[in-house]
Design a protein around this ligand. Structure first.
Ligand SMILES: [Zn+2]
Length: 114
């Protein structure tokens, strides 16, 4: 699978699972489904959202490297550092592998495809 289709798939996954949760909430609110079915569907929806977000995070991790603000060194953080690091859309707080300083590293896409 190409990098682009993985990104698109992960976005669809998140959107579809959130839509599933919203539809379940509406059906339950309108009493169109039983309370027990609503609970089951809500649990399934939350599991799907969790899987979709994990997949999206994995794709984002695999396709990005980060540039240190202090020394300019570009590196790939460990998945743990990536996952738990505070972040914005384009930056993530990571400890540089070269100089050891924690800075708001700028995200760069890995150019090589599959
Ligand atoms: Zn550095």
């Amino acid at each position: 699978m190409s990098k682009k289709s993985k990104i698109i798939l992960s976005i669809i996954g998140v959107v579809a699972s959130v839509a599933f949760l919203v539809i379940t909430a509406i059906l339950a609110e309108e009493a169109m489904i039983s309370a027990s079915l609503a609970v089951v569907l809500t649990v399934i929806a939350i599991i799907l959202i969790f899987i979709a977000i994990s997949f999206a995070a994995k794709v984002d991790y695999e396709t990005g490297v980060y540039e240190c603000r202090n020394c300019g060194y570009t590196f790939k953080p460990t998945f743990k550092a990536y996952f738990f690091g505070m972040h914005t859309i384009t930056t993530r707080r990571l400890k540089c592998l070269e100089c050891g300083k924690s800075t708001w590293c700028k995200r760069r896409s890995v150019e090589k495809g599959e």
